[in-house]
Ligand binder design. Structure first.
Ligand code: GAP
Length: 460
């Protein structure tokens, strides 16, 4: 099994806070459990992750189309999808310290991942906790309530007076916005099955046991892609999306040793096949994304609950059917955590110095280049370079401190190239280009630097 290097969650949280990647949410008010704010560097990285995903799954796909559906949807959507009745977690309260826990998480932690509670009923989980005397992780006592199910959807209401308020929900997944628009997209694009609908957007879940930094939060972004296909071809596409999801991660720079497929032990009643790709996070192997063969369940349910036909009419043979759906779903924030964790290294240099460096794919790095005047009196020339490069790329500028310290600051946020303006720049118009990973340096003119950066920062 692969070792996951020097990175710990504490180190990541601390680096993110000190370098403007991610801050605790509402920090000046003492924070708000499990919310996080992306800072100037983090917002660029997350946007770049989303762009890379969109490029791969929409732009480069012959037959996939994007939507941006409303977060607030008609409540009947959630009745049809099953979320109002079944989107629950098994919760237990510690009667001693009043802390609240998920029974499945308690079992997973107690058994160190050896027991998979996904396949257990509530009664079986209760029995396990009793038999193994699983104590409260907060106070160490053993005095539990029974398991109660707890719906994860955040409720709100719409209406102008108290009397006519209707309960609505913050969407717990983006997928339903893709399902309800299936025929809108099909008609307006004239797409033929098979085709895909993709969406990136916020989702909200009242998670009882959130934690592990941005791994599990109550507000997060999902990148979801539904592939609508004919029954009989579904398993072939399921296999294809398993591979596409894996290849995307490899192309982002993940080591295959830190990734693995994990088939679901217990399938949802509508699912034919389902698996996760797990990543070796600092806290251990955990789900990074999911791939599901959801059959015709979602569209059939929407047809039933809305009374509107979800039938596709094949223009070639005039056959009519409700397509099957293969879903690929990944959290943008969870992927961000995996990307940071994969990229983090504390590297001991010749002479014993240690540098912290994020070996990010240049497409993900917040800044593609940093322009650094060797000395302050070279600032005018350096600012000219910065102005020209920032028309094309996110480019940082830094003139504070020694050049070594400035390199380290850029290494810590993963800037792939530092361009140093020095006295030779005044003579021949070239700058030193320092590579973040190898720390090797070459000299390039502005035109050469633009060509070089354009090639290096592309995500292909
Ligand atoms: N439409 C299917 C669906 O929502 P899911 O497994 O519940 O499936 C898909 O979520 C992905 O969304 C997960 O693999 C994970 O990457 C991300 N995700 C789910 N819950 C999350 C949370 N509370 N915080 C951050 N990311 C989450």
């Amino acid at each position: 099994m692969a070792e996951n290097k020097t990175v710990t969650m504490e180190k990541l949280v601390s680096l993110c806070k000190s370098r403007g990647i991610i801050f605790p949410g509402s920090e000046i008010y003492g924070g708000m459990g499990n919310t996080w704010d992306y800072g100037p560097v983090g917002v660029e990285m997350k946007n770049n992750i989303k762009r890379a995903w969109w490029k791969r799954f929409v732009q480069e796909s012959e037959n996939s189309f994007g939507v941006d559906a409303a977060i607030l949807m008609n409540s009947r959507v959630w009745d049809a999808s099953g979320h109002t009745t079944s989107f629950t977690d098994p919760k237990m309260d510690c009667k001693e310290c009043k802390s609240r826990h998920r029974a499945d998480t308690l079992i997973e932690a107690h058994s160190k991942g050896k027991v998979n509670p996904d396949a257990m009923t509530n009664e079986e989980m209760e029995a396990y906790i009793q038999e193994h005397h699983v104590c409260c992780p907060v106070c160490g006592k053993f005095n539990w309530t029974g398991i109660r199910t707890f719906n994860l959807m955040f409720e709100t209401s719409r209406g102008v007076t108290d009397e006519n308020q209707n309960k609505i929900y913050l969407r717990p997944e983006t997928a339903q916005g893709e399902f309800v628009n299936f025929l809108n997209v099909q008609r307006t694009t004239r797409a033929k099955v098979p085709f895909g609908i993709a969406q990136i957007g916020k989702a909200f879940r009242n998670e009882i046991t959130p934690g592990n930094f941005i791994f599990r939060t109550i507000e997060f972004e999902q990148m979801e892609h539904q592939w609508f296909c004919k029954q009989g071809t579904d398993s072939e596409y399921y296999a294809l999306f398993k591979k596409k999801a894996w290849d995307f991660l490899i192309d982002l720079g993940f080591s295959p040793e830190h990734l693995r497929y994990k088939d679901h032990d217990k399938l949802a009643h509508y699912a034919k096949e389902a698996c996760d790709i797990q990543y070796l996070f600092p806290m251990g192997w955990s789900e990074l994304n999911g791939i599901h063969n959801r059959t015709d369940y979602d569209l059939s349910r929407h047809q039933e609950y809305s009374g509107k036909s979800m039938t596709y009419i094949d223009p070639v043979d005039n056959s009519r059917y409700i397509p099957y759906v293969v879903e690929y779903s990944i959290g943008a924030d969870r992927l961000m955590l995996a990307v940071l964790s994969e990229a983090y290294e504390e590297q001991t240099l010749e002479g014993g110095d240690v540098r912290t460096v994020l070996h990010l794919h240049p497409a993900v790095a917040a800044y593609k280049a940093a322009v650094l005047p060797l000395q302050k009196n070279l600032a005018p020339q350096a600012k000219e370079w910065h102005a020209k490069l920032s028309k094309l790329f996110m480019t940082a500028y830094d003139e504070a401190g020694s050049i070594g310290k400035r390199y380290r600051r850029q290494d810590e946020i993963g800037t792939p190239y530092c361009l140093t303006v020095d006295f030779q720049t005044l003579e021949d118009g070239t700058v030193t280009v320092r590579d973040r990973d190898s720390m090797e340096q070459t000299r390039l003119t502005l035109e050469e630097a633009i060509r070089f950066l354009t090639e290096k920062v592309a995500f292909n």
